[in-house]
Structures are given as C-alpha cells and as structure tokens.
Design a protein. Structure first.
Length: 197
C-alpha cells in the first residue's frame, strides 16, 4: 500500500492522516471527500413527490355530489321562477308541467352548471363534490391554480364528455382511461389535471 506524502515537505504520512506531522500542512486526502460518502448523501436526497392523477371512480363520486347540489338548487329556482309552467293539484298533490318547463329546466340547468363549476374551480380548484372526496383541479404545466378561463373551458366540454347521453360520461371515462395523466376532453383542452388534494 502506497503511503501519502506531504506535498510541501515530502514527509511520509500514515493513511487517514489529515495534516503533515512535520510541517502541519493539510494532506491531499484530507481535502477530498472520503470514498463512498457521495452515494450515501444522495441516498438521503429529497425526491419530488409523485403526482397522483385521479381516475374515473373518485371523479364520478364527486360529480354525483355536485349533481345532487345542482339538482336541489335547480329545482328551487325553477319552482320560484316558473310558477306559470307548473301547476299543483291541491286535492291530489299531483304536479303537472307546462310546455315551457323543459326549456326553463335545460336553460337554467346549463347556466347554473356553468356558473357553479367555473366560479368554484377558478377560485378554489375544487367543487363541493371534489372537496368532499379530497381531489382538486390544477394546471398541467406547474400544478398551480387554474384560471376562471380554464375552469370555463373544462365546464363547457363537460357536456361533450357526457356523450352518449344514454350512458352518461362514457366518452369522458374512455378518455380518462386512455390518458397517461387521466385527462378527459375538458382537461386536455384547458391543460388541467385532477390530483389528490
């Protein structure tokens, strides 16, 4: 085994010695990190947390919760504003819908859904249903908050994701299943992803 020598005075030094016994100069071995110390340090290096994209099941549960909330609000608003479109028979309690009711229902339902999702997602990144199941919508690029514009795009395209309407959200589910980042059409166009909150 070859001994280390002092670069200043040439005095032989024992292995592992940090300073020369004769002149006190630091030895080359003392200036370099010990072998194997670098891998040990990298083993404890902090790693970026892996993003957990959320799939169909949890998002569908959130959508059901939001649908119930919107349905209740929709029903109350329609009852208040379309009194002429509905009649209630006092003796039997039967409710009959006038010819204007479907138009009111569709128009109010679409407007309410757009407003609900655009405002909540743009402001908080979560609807009430998403908050309940602990998921949120973030920007695809930097995982930051989304804008109201991105929230509006996601919401508009939610109506396309519902195709075919006989099996609601089948298209959206297929797009989520076939995407690496579990994005439906609205997410792809708005550049958003749904992650664990």
């Amino acid at each position: 085994m070859e001994e280390d020598k002092c670069a200043k005075c040439g005095t032989p030094a024992a292995p592992g010695t940090k300073f020369c016994e004769s002149c006190g100069a630091p030895l080359p071995a003392a200036e370099q990190p010990a072998q194997g110390s670098a891998p040990a340090a990298s083993a404890y290096a902090t790693q970026e947390p892996q993003v957990q994209y959320q799939g169909v099941a949890i998002r569908f549960v959130a959508l059901i919760i939001d649908g119930l909330i919107l349905g209740i609000i929709d029903y109350i608003l329609i009852f208040l504003f379309t009194g002429s479109a509905t009649t209630i028979d006092a003796s039997t309690g039967a409710v009959s819908l006038g010819p204007a009711y479907p138009a009111y229902y569709v128009a109010l339902g679409i407007a309410l859904g757009l407003l609900y999702f655009t405002l909540l997602l743009g402001r908080y990144g979560q609807s009430v249903g998403m908050k309940a199941v602990k998921i949120k919508v973030v920007s695809e690029g930097d995982s930051g908050p989304i804008t109201h514009g991105a929230a509006f795009i996601r919401t508009i395209l939610l109506y396309i994701d519902q195709i075919p309407y006989v099996i609601p959200f089948l298209l959206g589910a297929i797009l989520i299943w076939t995407s690496d980042k579990k994005q439906r059409l609205g997410d792809r166009v708005a550049h958003t992803v749904v992650v664990k909150a």
